[in-house]
Design a protein around this ligand. Sequence first.
Ligand SMILES: [Zn+2]
Length: 279
Amino acid sequence: MSDTYYKPLKIAENIYHIYEPGNVYTTLIIGEEKALLIDTGYGFGDLAAFVRTLTDKPLEVVLTHGHTDHCGGNYEFPTVYMNLMDVPTYLWYEATQKTLIVEKFKRDRSAAGLPPVWPDDFDEKAWGQQHTRHFEPLKNGQIFDLGGREEEIIFMPGHTKGSIVVFDHETGLLFSGDNISESLWILFDTSAPLAEYVGHLMDIKLLPLTGIVASHRDIIFPVTIINDLLRTISCINPQTDRGFVHPRTGQKALKHREPCEAIENIQYIYVVYDENKLQ
Ligand SMILES: [Zn+2]
């Protein structure tokens, strides 16, 4: 594996947002005694070995939710923590989506004239057969004490029913997975109702936040992104919103967008939703 496959972006003291080709980030938070890895990415490369280049402290791993771009590397670690509400999501992705994910990458990369997304030594068949070794259940409000800094797990059903976010008490940063970003995907069978998500977003807004770090972006979102999201959700209208077809699964949904006020270089906030999630 090329040693430049993963690229660490230092976003705060002892916090690395680790870029993985395929456009997903995992996050490593290093305390005085332990380190916490948030998500495991696709698992096309050797993330576990890369993490060891950043810290030699004992490592815990938590998952923001059960989608393959966040869980694909679980097999590299002896134990991962997840909200067990996302086990059905995880199992469905393992059983039906891994092959489709690989095929879509092949199609997209060759159409764009780009080299494969995975490292040279990637074994597609072996990857397809790798699964999580052991899940430990997360609890809402659980604290990971890393020594000198505490990470709080907050359940936040929305994107998936078992989605969680991680609040770093030291910096006030919130690690939001796919649950708070400039686009909200709340179209899956395993997504929570939109009203439930909004309730959780209102609760999150009350935390002493300084910024939000999402899984598919290299920026720290200002906290005002929450207001942008709430405003966009309030403007949803199934009568006038455009149809949307998921590029991998073919699932039909609706898409609403509003101008983004929080950040200069992001034009729109998107909500991709299933009408059933409005009930
Ligand atoms: Zn996701």
